[in-house]
Design a protein. Structure first.
Length: 283
C-alpha cells in the first residue's frame, strides 16, 4: 500500500541476474525466479562445457548476451574471427537481447584487458556506426550499446556523451544499454550531475538497464561489480524508470560472487522499485 492509500500491484518481473560459474549448477535444470539470465559472450563461444551448460539452461530461461571483446570503438573493423564466433553464439542461443560496450579494447592483433573510452568526435561517430552496422549485419539483429565508466575527461570533447549516444543510435539503428552505475561513477569522477545526464538522454532509446556496485579508491570511484547495488545507484535507477519507463534490468556481479539467493533478492528489489516508479511516471 502506498502512503497516499493507493495500492500497487505486485511487480511484474523485469529484472535478471548475471549467470556466473558458481551458480551454473544451481540454475541448470531449473528456473530461478528472475526475468532472464545474462552471460558474457566470450565465456560461451564454441562447443565446450560452458556452451553445453548454457544451451541446457536456455531451454528453461530467457538469455541475454553481453559482449566484452568486439571492440566497437577500434579504428579497424571488428575482428572477423571473433565476430563470426559471436554471431554463431547468437544464432544458436537466440537471446532476448544482445549488447556490447561503447569502447575499444583491440589495436590490430593485440587485445587489451580493459574497456577504453572513445572521444566523442565526428570521426569516432563514423567508425562506431560502421562497426555497429557490421556487427548487426553479421548477427541479423539490433544491438544495444552500453555507456562506459569514465576516470579521465578528454581535454576538449567535441560533443557531450548523451548527444553522441543519441546520434550514434540514429546513425546505426542500435539502442542503449543504460548502465546506471557507470553514470554514477562517471559523474563522481568527472564532476557532473548524474540526474542531468539521465534527463539529457532522449527517451525511446533504452532497451536494457544494468545495476551494479562500485568502490572508492583514492579520489576515484571504480566500477568493480564487486558488491551489492548501493543506495545512490538505486535512487538513480528509480529516476531513470520515471523517465524511460520499466526496462529489462540486470543485477551485475563479477567479483565476490554472493549466494544465488542474494542476487535474486536484489532482482526482486529492482522489480519493486520499477513497479512503484512506473506508477509515478504514469501519474
Amino acid at each position: 500500500m502506498r502512503e497516499d492509500g493507493l495500492s500497487i500491484a505486485a511487480p511484474v518481473p523485469i529484472t535478471g541476474i548475471g549467470l556466473r560459474a558458481p551458480h551454473i549448477a544451481a540454475v541448470r535444470g531449473g528456473r530461478p525466479p528472475v526475468s532472464f539470465l545474462e552471460v558474457h559472450a566470450e565465456n560461451h563461444m564454441g562447443d565446450g562445457r560452458a556452451f553445453t551448460a548454457l544451451a541446457e539452461i536456455r531451454s528453461d530461461n530467457a538469455i541475454s548476451i553481453h559482449g566484452v571483446g568486439l571492440s566497437l570503438g577500434s579504428a579497424g573493423n571488428p575482428d572477423p574471427h571473433h565476430l563470426a564466433r559471436f554471431a554463431e553464439l547468437v544464432a544458436r542461443i537466440q537471446p532476448a537481447h544482445v549488447s556490447e560496450h561503447l569502447s575499444w579494447c583491440r589495436d590490430g592483433d593485440v587485445f587489451l584487458n580493459d574497456l577504453l573510452p572513445v572521444p566523442y568526435t565526428a570521426e569516432a561517430l563514423d567508425l562506431l556506426a560502421r562497426n555497429i552496422d557490421i556487427t548487426q549485419t553479421a548477427i541479423g539483429r539490433r544491438i544495444l550499446v552500453e555507456n562506459p565508466s569514465h576516470y579521465l575527461a578528454f581535454t576538449d570533447p567535441a560533443e557531450r556523451e548523451t548527444d553522441f549516444i543519441a546520434a550514434l543510435c540514429r546513425r546505426a539503428g542500435c539502442g542503449v544499454l543504460l548502465d546506471v552505475n557507470n553514470v554514477i561513477v562517471s559523474a563522481a569522477n568527472l564532476g557532473f550531475d548524474p540526474y542531468a545526464w539521465i534527463d539529457a538522454l532522449p527517451t525511446g532509446l533504452v532497451g536494457e538497464i544494468h545495476l551494479a556496485g562500485h568502490e572508492a579508491e583514492n579520489d576515484l570511484l571504480i566500477d568493480t561489480h564487486g558488491g551489492p547495488v548501493p543506495p545512490e545507484v538505486w535512487a538513480l535507477y528509480a529516476y531513470a524508470i520515471r523517465r524511460f519507463g520499466p526496462q529489462p534490468t540486470l543485477i551485475e556481479r563479477d567479483r565476490n560472487i554472493p549466494p544465488l539467493a542474494d542476487l535474486i533478492a536484489e532482482a526482486q528489489m529492482a522489480d519493486t522499485i520499477a513497479a512503484e516508479h512506473a506508477h509515478a511516471r504514469a501519474a
